[in-house]
Design a protein around this ligand. Structure first.
Ligand code: FAD
Length: 396
C-alpha cells in the first residue's frame, strides 16, 4: 500500500439523512473511525469503539452539517416541508414552524453529530471511485476481494490522499444534480432562467412574468409563493397533473415506495417521487386553485428570446423561466464502476447494487425520503456487516 494511502473497511460518502443513519448503525455495531492528519483530534471520540477492529471513514462535501437542507430556500419553513423524520437515536426535530428548514435541520444534524461524535470529514468531495487496479480480480466469496479506491478533493480542489476500502455506502443525495431538460430555443432566451436548486426567495420576482415548469411539489410551492409576491405566473407541465382526493396515508406511501423498489429491482431508471405518489389536495392548494394559480398549460413548443411559443402556436411573453424539473441521483463519481445497465438504470438488490455487493446506494430510489434514508442506513449496515463477517471467515 502507498504511504499516502488511507484504508478503511467501509467509506460512507455523504452526511445527509442517509449517511448519518448509516453512521449511527455503524457506531452501534462498533465501527471505529480511522485517523487522518485532519481528523486525529477525534482520537478520543466516543464513536471509536474498542469492541471492533472494523473501521469507517465518513466524507461529506458540505462545510457543515445538514446535507442538502443547508441549501433549501428560506421560505421552505418547518411548517411547509412535507415532514422530516427524526434521525435514528434522536428525538423528533422540534422547532418553531416558521423557522426556515435550512436552519432548523442543519442545527438538528449538528446536534446528532455532536451527540454521537460522528467523525465526519468535511469539505471533502469524492470525485472518483474505481476498482483497485493492483488488487486481484474477483474470486468467489461473499464480497469481491477487489478493493475500491476513492479519489477526493478538498475545498480548493487539491487532491487528498487516496482511500482504499472494502465497501462503500454511497449517500450523496440529488441536490447537486438538478435536472434541466433540453428545450429548443433555451439558449436564446433573454430573460432569467433558473432551477429550483437556485431559487432563494419569491420577492426576487415581484412584478415579473414567470413560467414555472414542472409537475411536482416544488413547482406547486413556487407557484403559490410567486403569486403571493406579486409575480404573474404561468404553469407548464408535460402531462396533465393528477390530484387525488384521497388523503396521503401511510398505506399509500408504502404502496408508492414498493412501486419504486420494484422498478429499481428490475434495473429500470428511477422515476420522480410525484409519479409514484401523485399530488394530494391540501387546503392551501385548494385555495390556490380557487384563485386560478393552478391553471396549467401544456408544455410549450419552443423558447424564443422574449418568451415561449405555446402548444397552440400563440406567444407568451416572459421574464423568467423557473425550471422545477427535479433532480437526478448524484452518482457521477461512481461512473468508473459502470453500474448502469443497458436500460439506463442500476439493478438493485435491497440497498446493494445487485452485481456488486460492495456498493450500497442509500437515499436512492425507494429510500429517497427522510424515512426511507433512515431505513436504508439500517438495512445497508446490517447487510454489509453480514458480508464482512462471512468474508473474514472465508479468509481465516
Ligand atoms: P442529502 O441531504 O442531499 O445529503 C447528501 C450529502 O452528500 C450532502 O451533504 C452532499 O454535500 C454530499 N455529497 C454529494 N456528493 C458528494 C460527493 N461526491 N462527495 C462527498 N459528499 C457528497 N424528504 C422528506 O422526507 N421530507 C421533506 O419534507 C422533504 N422535502 C424536500 C424538499 C426539497 C426541495 C427536496 C429537493 C427534497 C425534499 N425531500 C424531503 C427529499 C429529501 O431530499 C430526502 O428525504 C433526504 O433529505 C435526502 O437525504 P440524503 O442523505 O439522501 O441526501
Amino acid at each position: 500500500m502507498r504511504t499516502d494511502m488511507r484504508e478503511a473497511d467501509v467509506v460512507v460518502i455523504g452526511a445527509g439523512q442517509a449517511g448519518l443513519s448509516a453512521a449511527y448503525h455503524l457506531w452501534r455495531r462498533g465501527f471505529r473511525s480511522t485517523e487522518s492528519s485532519e481528523s486525529s483530534d477525534r482520537a478520543d471520540s466516543t464513536y471509536i469503539s474498542e469492541s471492533s477492529d472494523r473501521t469507517v471513514i465518513l466524507l461529506d462535501a458540505e462545510q457543515g452539517p445538514g446535507g442538502a437542507w443547508r441549501h433549501r430556500w428560506d421560505s421552505l419553513t418547518m411548517a411547509t416541508v412535507n415532514g422530516i423524520r427524526e434521525l435514528p437515536g434522536m428525538p423528533e426535530v422540534v422547532s418553531d414552524p416558521s423557522e426556515p428548514s435550512n436552519q432548523a435541520v442543519p442545527a438538528y444534524f449538528a446536534d446528532f453529530e455532536a451527540r454521537y461524535q460522528v467523525p465526519t470529514e468535511r469539505s471533502v468531495r469524492v470525485v472518483r471511485v474505481e476498482n483497485d487496479p493492483d488488487a486481484p480480480d474477483d474470486p468467489e466469496g461473499p464480497l469481491p476481494r477487489r478493493r475500491l479506491l476513492i479519489h477526493s478533493v478538498g475545498p480548493d480542489g487539491t487532491s487528498l490522499p487516496l482511500i482504499r476500502t472494502r465497501a462503500i455506502l454511497n449517500a450523496t443525495g440529488t441536490w447537486t444534480r438538478p435536472f434541466l431538460p433540453a428545450y429548443p430555443g433555451a439558449a436564446d432566451f433573454t430573460g432569467r432562467q433558473l432551477h429550483t436548486a437556485d431559487y432563494t426567495r419569491a420577492g426576487d420576482f415581484t412584478g415579473k412574468r414567470v413560467a414555472v415548469i414542472g409537475g411536482g411539489i416544488s413547482a406547486l410551492g413556487h407557484l403559490m409563493e410567486l403569486a403571493d409576491a406579486g409575480a404573474t405566473t404561468h404553469w407548464y407541465t408535460r402531462r396533465e397533473p393528477v390530484f387525488t382526493e384521497e388523503a396521503f396515508t401511510a398505506e399509500r406511501g408504502s404502496r408508492a415506495v414498493a412501486g419504486v423498489a420494484e422498478r429499481v429491482a428490475q434495473g429500470l431508471p428511477v422515476q420522480s417521487v410525484v409519479s409514484a405518489t401523485g399530488l394530494f389536495w391540501t387546503p392551501t392548494l385548494r385555495e390556490a386553485d380557487r384563485r386560478g394559480i393552478l391553471e396549467r398549460h401544456p408544455m410549450f413548443g419552443r423558447i424564443v428570446p422574449g418568451g415561449v411559443i405555446e402548444a397552440d402556436g400563440t406567444t407568451t411573453e416572459l421574464d423568467v423561466l423557473l425550471w422545477a424539473t427535479g433532480f437526478r441521483h448524484e452518482l457521477t463519481h461512481l461512473r468508473p464502476l459502470r453500474l448502469h445497465n443497458h436500460r439506463g438504470g442500476i439493478t438493485m438488490d435491497g440497498t446493494a447494487v445487485a452485481e456488486d455487493p460492495r456498493i450500497h446506494l442509500l437515499g436512492y430510489g425507494p429510500s429517497a425520503s427522510t424515512i426511507g434514508a433512515n431505513r436504508a442506513g439500517r438495512a445497508a449496515v446490517a447487510e454489509l456487516v453480514r458480508l464482512l463477517e462471512a468474508d473474514d471467515e472465508l479468509e481465516a
